[in-house]
Structures are given as C-alpha cells and as structure tokens.
Design a binder for this molecule. Structure first.
Ligand code: SF4
Length: 82
C-alpha cells in the first residue's frame, strides 16, 4: 500500500500527524505530506504502520490522504512546495 497527500485538498488540521506521526508531517505552512518519501508516494507504508495509516486515512476531514496498491506516478503539482 502506497500513500500520498493531495496537498491542495489539505486544510492543515493536524489530525493525520496525531494519528500516524511516523507517516505524516507538515511543511512550514502546515500542509501535510507523506514522510517516508517526501510525498512522492513510491515508498510502501511499513506493515507496522498500517493500522495507524488507516486511522489517519479514515479521520482526514477532506479526503486529502490518498492510497493505492501501486506506486504513485511521478510528481505533479499536488506534491510540489516541499
Ligand atoms: S488529516 Fe487531512 S486535512 Fe488534516 S492535515 Fe492531514 S491531510 Fe491535511
């Protein structure tokens, strides 16, 4: 399972970092990104973090946290500004 934050959908609420501090962090403007690969979405979620990921994914109020079973395509505008 791979993840990436669709950054233009993030409202900087802070929940994902509370739920999964190993997986999500914030830039200086409070917009979240996926920590393991700086929001590229190409590093799998560690198996010991899947439960925390699911909580963050479930609780994100805007659906900004994306997930899929294969690596995300190369960076686009949604992942810039890190
Ligand atoms: S939970 Fe969602 S909206 Fe809140 S900071 Fe994380 S990605 Fe952004």
């Amino acid at each position: 399972m791979y993840s990436r934050v669709q950054r233009e959908e993030c409202i900087a609420c802070g929940l994902c970092q509370l739920r999964a501090p190993a997986l999500f962090n914030y830039d200086k403007e409070g917009i979240a990104y996926y920590r393991p690969d700086n929001n590229q979405g190409t590093t799998p979620i560690p198996s010991d973090q899947l439960a925390a990921f699911k909580q963050a994914y479930r609780d994100c109020p805007t659906g900004a946290i994306k997930r899929q079973n294969k690596p995300f395509p190369p960076e686009n505008k949604s992942t810039t500004h890190l």
